[in-house]
Design a protein around this ligand. Sequence first.
Ligand SMILES: NC(=O)c1ccc[n+]([C@@H]2O[C@H](COP(=O)([O-])OP(=O)(O)OC[C@H]3O[C@@H](n4cnc5c(N)ncnc54)[C@H](OP(=O)(O)O)[C@@H]3O)[C@@H](O)[C@H]2O)c1
Length: 408
Amino acid sequence: MTVHADAGARDDRVRRVTILGSTGSVGQNTVDLLLRNREAFEVEALTANRNPERLAEQARALGARFAAIADPAHYTALKQALAGTGIETACGAESVVEAARRPATWVMAAIVGAAGLAPTLSAIKRGVIVALANKEALVCAGVLVMQEVARCRATLLPVDSEHNAIWQCFDRARVDAIERIILTASGGPFRERNFEDMRGVTPKEAVAHPNWSMGAKISVDSATMMNKGLELIEAHHLFQLPLDRVEIVVHPQSIVHGAVVYRDGSVLAQLGSPDMRTPIAYALAWPDRIEAPTKRLDLAAVGSLTFEPPDERRFPALRVAREALIHGGCCPTVLNAANETAVHAFLEGRIGFLQIVETVERTLDRIPEGKLESLDDVYNFDTAAREVAARLSGIRASPRAPGLTDLR
Ligand SMILES: NC(=O)c1ccc[n+]([C@@H]2O[C@H](COP(=O)([O-])OP(=O)(O)OC[C@H]3O[C@@H](n4cnc5c(N)ncnc54)[C@H](OP(=O)(O)O)[C@@H]3O)[C@@H](O)[C@H]2O)c1
């Protein structure tokens, strides 16, 4: 994880904030915290894809300077909703990148999917604090993103609850003393289903996560456990640890979010109610802490916490993601793009639940392995993987993640 010692000190007293993906689940939780802590923050820019009403409402409530909507079809609605407010508006994938380039000192990267990569990189290039929820950016271009973080002296703060938990327990001054890190997984809604019974799972069942309220894509990823596979890759890049020092444990209560195991056998863990406002608040105020209105943990009421190993026979996504990282090069990019396409096809009712991971594996088999040395390579492998996965899923290919165009 890249946290520069002077990063907190460099920040202004009133933090100027931009939220990329403010209308989504993480984005709305961030807006909620900003509204509760108005005196400590001012808002530079907010972005959305297809929800001009919510974007306009947030921009008004927070007094944002700039509101960008990626899909131009919704620009008129945004302009009308913000007429007379003095809030600047723009549309298109490039306007989201422009939002990331504006002078905020803290940027929340909360766009879903590889579409978040270009704007996230634009914020990183400004050398500011980037709170990263958009795990797909690290999965599809991890080495390149981390190189940019170091080159531009940006500060990358993990928002994913597991990585945020590990970060809170991770002694950066004594990395040598760290043996391994532990990511917990809820196991998703089908933790106890047998493999064959998962064949008929509907999108509605798959998005109904037992503990967390999240966007549709990450909810399906949690149900297949691809989410934990993506997080394994994310953790490897953030904490710069080899795979054999990143452990995954299923913990159905989602109370222990992550832990760090030290050489002397000590295990430091972070606990809390499953509410994203805790990790977001930690990143938002870092290195301070602010009030978050989350349900306080009552350990006696929780009673017992249980842990079990993941079952990779029923949830092959974990193995597929691990193998993609071991193969390296373009494989994680292909994994991510194929998964985004297959999840989309599943949500559209075009493929079954078990076909999601099958499609990812078949796409990986069909695309010859190659090196990932530039953002052009990311763009090309992402596009190729989307085409293959779309063909396998019987849907029309979305040629690339919208937003990736800006990498060229
Ligand atoms: N939700 C969670 O609790 C949680 C926890 C940990 C990590 N994460 C990660 O955080 C990221 C966001 O997750 P989420 O659950 O908040 O997703 P979400 O609810 O689906 O929201 C996604 C956001 O991205 C915007 N967006 C979608 N496609 C876009 C595009 N092509 N260009 C520009 N903006 C686009 C959406 O705009 P519209 O609203 O206009 O469509 C929305 O603001 C994901 O990477 C996820 O894995 C989420």
